[in-house]
Design a protein around this ligand. Sequence first.
Ligand code: SF4
Length: 84
Amino acid sequence: MKEPLRRASVPARRLFITRMLRNVSLAVLGLAGGAVAVKRRRLLREGKCLNQGMCRMCDVFDDCGLPRALSTRNVVARIHGGER
Ligand code: SF4
């Protein structure tokens, strides 16, 4: 009596484990992404550069308030604005 039930539940268990692993993987990826975003925000708040001072290739260049980014924006504005 127990044997047919056990055989019938194997695919269901596989499906459950597959879905569980998929959901755990997605949760881990989401947590890792959130941790990276929080760390970047914390570093910027502490006044630390995220991209070793290479502002033009930095993802947060438009929003960065660090002195190097301000200086770079100023230079870029002067170059493109034609100021001397
Ligand atoms: S924009 Fe420049 S100063 Fe700001 S985090 Fe990026 S590289 Fe550092």
